[in-house]
Design a protein around this ligand. Structure first.
Ligand code: B12
Length: 500
């Protein structure tokens, strides 16, 4: 180990429009390396020419190991271009990928020959072991769990480790980020918003969700007092006034949420917060807990509504006790508690008649809006995740859909679109289906502009509402070009692209 120069670079490729968000995977991995290895966190969100600038970092530091996090979409695009070029430019550099894309498409990544190792799932403990192994520190390679690599032309997958005990994980090394203030963004929640991540996994196995193959129904959370400690730390140290809990399912344990809200109130921490939940879980929360959540600063909750059809909820294996009525009841309940629900819907899964299915979803979304007009609606177009054995993925495969097995093919435009869940071009969705979804979305967003766009002044909001009103009232959504023009002129923010 060279003590002056980092042996290891942890690189976070650029993501879509999100300069202010922390490179959380790098902080999580870095926390385990502190005091053991020299390393540097490099954030592509601050690069203008990632390939060249990262190459310069490697040359300057003479690092031997490059760890990269990769989620689908723009990050993947950049990551592929980097490793494709780096193989020849830095033949001795060991390249390790982790995160959602390589965890779900391990073979494709490794078969490219550009990546040496994939670490699947949470890797705090095993990444350190891998680094020790690569440094020849006597770690048996079989003991590195969650690791995948090529051997004799075949991919070898070590089993994954049980989920970490969150309370035992060390704090994130914020000092590695340089100026933390550049990560604190102005959002609907506050002037200096940051992200935190306090749990891994989700106890459910929805068949559209990329989290499932990695966690297989497991969930672990940091205990409430420690979450409150973390919040208190970032508030006091960096002047944070708002937090987005990026956990897949922050609200899994009502006991934990209740205690967390109490801790924030007891310590008199002034902070606004947001998190992601399942509708059926939250519906079971008592009024007292919801009241305390609101008092402690919770303002908005992202909820996986997915569909207004019991049949499709079943197709998606949503599980639990969620029905379309759950969503309507919850919209009403949260209204009483002054908590804004952000309901996300997944439209465009395979169906006997896709048009009928879409019309039903649109009608249901209108019902939700009638019950609670402040509800935010996020619409995603269904993009398959490779979940063998799920009814939904079986249906998908029957249509002839297959993921590329060549890593470079993920650079093709159709796969970029699939990742962004806007226009996935899956075989059962015809262009007019995509139009139907996007046209309705444009009209809905005009009639009910999002609250989360901080640049949208009341006058501009009013203008959008007026332009959208007649179409929404009459249900005439087709070709809303005047709305799209206006939204472009106002640079309307779409939470489904820029949020989580
Ligand atoms: C934060 C986030 C974002 C931020 C990125 C923040 C930033 N700094 O730029 C923003 C809002 C930009 C974003 C955007 C998108 N996101 Co996003 N995002 C997340 C989110 C909520 C948290 C990720 C995170 O940081 N977790 C905290 C860290 C600590 O955990 P982790 O990432 O899992 O890292 C651990 C392991 O994975 C592993 N690991 C990760 N990287 C590495 C690297 C190495 C070398 C090693 C060894 C290990 C390793 O070890 C880490 C520690 O245990 C996840 C869902 C979730 N809760 O995880 C979705 C998620 C990753 N996003 C997803 C998607 C689809 C997107 C989008 C493509 C689409 C969209 N509309 O949301 C866009 C575009 C992204 C892009 N490529 O530009 C999906 C991925 C689905 C899939 N098919 O794989 C997820 C899973 C959400 C979901 N449930 O569907 N996202």
């Amino acid at each position: 180990m060279n003590t002056n120069q980092p042996d290891l670079i942890l690189y976070h490729p650029r993501t879509a429009n999100s300069k202010y968000r922390l490179p959380m995977p790098m902080l999580a991995l870095g926390s385990m390396l502190e005091g053991r290895y020299d390393y540097e966190i490099v954030d592509g969100n601050f690069f203008h020419n990632a390939y060249e600038q990262l190459a310069q970092v490697i040359e300057r530091s003479n690092a031997q190991i490059l760890g990269m996090t990769v989620m689908p979409g723009p990050q993947l695009q950049e990551a592929i271009r980097i490793v494709r070029g780096f193989r020849a430019r830095f033949p001795l550099l060991k390249i390790i990928w982790g995160g959602y894309f390589p965890s779900n498409h391990t073979e494709t990544v490794l078969q490219s020959g550009w990546v040496d190792y994939v670490m699947r799932g949470p890797s705090e403990h095993d990444f350190v072991r891998l680094i020790e192994y690569l440094n020849g520190n006597g770690v048996a390679r079989e003991s590195i769990l969650g690791r995948s690599y090529m051997e004799n032309g075949r991919v070898v997958n070590h089993p994954q480790r049980a989920l970490p005990v969150m309370d035992e994980l060390p704090p994130w090394p914020y000092h590695r980020l340089g100026e933390v203030q550049r990560y604190l963004g102005k959002t609907y929640l506050g002037q200096r918003t940051t992200t935190l991540h306090t749990s891994y996994g989700c106890p459910f196995k929805c068949s559209f969700c990329a989290v499932v193959p990695i966690f297989d129904g497991g969930w672990v959370g940091r205990s409430a007092p420690l979450v409150a400690d973390e919040v208190e730390y970032v508030v006091n140290k960096f002047g944070v006034d708002a937090i987005e809990f990026a956990d897949n399912n922050f609200f899994t344990s009502m006991k934990r949420t209740a205690l967390f809200a109490e801790e924030i109130l007891r310590r008199q921490i002034q902070v606004t917060w947001w998190g992601e939940a399942r509708p059926d879980t939250l519906e079971k929360y008592s009024d007292d807990v919801l009241t305390n959540m609101r008092r402690s600063g919770c303002k908005m909750i992202f909820l996986g509504a997915e569909s207004g059809s019991a049949l499709r909820l079943k197709q998606m294996n949503k599980g639990g006790t969620q029905t379309p009525e759950t969503i309507l009841r919850l919209a009403e309940k949260l209204k009483r508690h002054d908590l804004i629900p952000e309901f996300s819907f997944v439209l465009g899964a395979p169906a006997e008649d896709v048009d009928v299915a879409l019309d039903e979803e649109i009608e249901f979304i209108r019902r939700v809006k009638r019950v609670n007009p402040r509800s935010e609606i996020i619409i995603y177009v269904y993009a398959p995740v490779p979940m063998l054995g799920s009814t939904l993925f079986d249906d998908v495969q029957k249509t002839g859909f297959a993921f590329p097995t060549n890593l470079e093919d993920w650079l093709l435009p159709q796969w970029t679109h699939l990742d962004l869940r806007k226009n996935p071009l899956t075989p059962w969705l015809k262009p007019h289906h995509i139009d139907k979804i996007h046209h309705f979305e444009a009209v809905l967003n005009a009639r009910y502009p999002t609250n989360s766009d901080v640049k949208l002044t009341p006058a501009r909001k009013r203008l959008l509402e007026i332009v959208g009103a007649w179409r929404y009232q009459t249900g005439f959504y087709r070709a809303p070009y005047e709305i799209k023009l206006l939204q472009r002129a106002l640079r309307y923010r779409q939470p489904e692209i820029e949020g989580f």
